[in-house]
Design a protein around this ligand. Sequence first.
Ligand SMILES: Cc1ncc(COP(=O)(O)O)c(C=O)c1O
Length: 442
Amino acid sequence: MRVMKKKNPQLTKLEIVDMQEIRESMHVDLNDVLNLYAKIVGQRIVDVPIIVDEKSMIILRGNDIYQALDLLLAEKAPILKVDISNVEVTLLKAGLTKEAIIEAALRGRKLPPRSFTVKLDVPRINVPLDRLLKIEKKDREKLKVYGSTLELLYAGWPTPLVRLNSLSNESRSVWAKLEGYNPFSNSVKDRIGFSMIMEARQKSNLREILYEATSTNTGIALASIANLLGIKTKLFIPKTIQKVSDIYLRVLGAEVVRLPVGLTVEAISQVDSQAKKDDALHLNQFENDANFKIHLKHTAREIDEQLKAVDLTPTCIIGGLGTSGHMSAISFYFKTKYGEKVQVVGVQPAANEVILGIRRIETGMKWYHWTCFDKVVDVTQEEAIRGCLKIARKEGLLIGLSAGAVAYAFEKIAKENGVYVLIFPDTGYKYAEQFERYLLGG
Ligand SMILES: Cc1ncc(COP(=O)(O)O)c(C=O)c1O
C-alpha cells in the first residue's frame, strides 16, 4: 500500500452537474450501492457529495453514490471538485498510480473495487433528491398504464416499426411492422377480432356464442375478446394446423372442432350453416368488411405516420395474403395517397405448399380485388422457414412462418435502394412443430 500525501486540499463550492459530465473510476459492490439507494430514497436527501478531479471530472470518492443515483435514474448529481494532485490517495493495488487512475477512467475502464481511497474531510450536504431527478410528469399512455385488457389492445397501437439493419444499407432502409406485439393472439388478427366483435355489438348482432373458421390467430383473438364480454366461442380449424393451436384455444375456454379440410377458407360454408342452425354468430373474417376497415383506419395509417417520424415515405410494402384484409387495406391506403410511388407486393404460398396464415389468391379473396398489387411472390414453406431463420439469426426476432415468407420474398425482389416495409403478422412461438421438422430433417 502506498500513500501519496498532500495537505489541506481545497474543495470547491458544491455544484449540481449532469450525471453524464462525471466519469466513474471504480467498480463498487452492488450491496453497498443498494444500501445507499435505500438511504437516499428513505430520506429523499443526498447528504454526501461526489468528489471529482476538477480537470478530468473523474470520481475520486463516491462511485457508490454515483451508481445509486444512476439506479434512481437521476439526471444530476451533487459534486465537489478538487485537484487530484493536491489530495492524499491511498493506492491499494500494486502498480497503480494517480495517472493510471485517470487514464483508465478516461478510457471508460473502471478499476476493481477498493483499488484506491482518497483521504479528505468531506462536508455534509443537504440536497433534496427531487432536485436531481428528471422531473417529468409522464402521462398514462407514455407509461403504458391501461384500464383493462381490452384497452391494452387498442390503446397499445401503434405496434412497433423497427429498422432491420441486417437488410439495410446506405441507400436502402428496411423496416418491419411487428404485429406480434398485439396482446391476445400475438398477431395481426387481434385487430380484426376486436373490430368484428365491436361492430357486431354496435349492430346488436352479438349472440351467446361465436362460431368462426380459423387457422389459429383469429380464433385466439376472438376467444380472448369474447371472454371479456362473457360470450362463448366455438372454433373450427383445418387438419393442417399444428397441434398446439387446440391447446391454446382450449386454455382460453373455446370449444375446438377439427375439420377435414386443408384451408380455413374451405370450412366457411359448413361453419355458416352450423351457426344458423345453432343460433350462433358467424363473424366470417373472409367476408366481414370490419376486417378491411380496421386495417385501413389503423394498420396502414400507423405505418405512414411511423415512417414520417423518421422523415421517410415507403417505396415498397411487402406482406402475406390470407383473407387479404391487412394487405388490401395497406395497398388501398398507400396507393390512394402516394400512387405509383409506392409498390405493394403480396406474398402467397407456392402451388401445393402450406404456409399457415396465407394462401393462394385463386382460392378466393374479397378485398384483394378492390385495390392494386404490383406483384405477387410465391414462396415455399422451406423458403419461409429459411426467412424465419435469417431474421432470427441476424435480428434476434423469432417470427412466424408467414412473416418468414415475407422476409424471403423481400430477398427475392429487393433492389439496392428504397424504403421497404415488411409486414410481420406474428411471432414464431406457435410454429415449433414446423421448425422442429426443418431443423431435425423430419
Ligand atoms: C400468421 C398470419 N399471417 C398472415 C395472415 C394473413 O392476414 P390477412 O388475413 O389479413 O390476409 C394471417 C391470417 O390469418 C395469419 O394468421
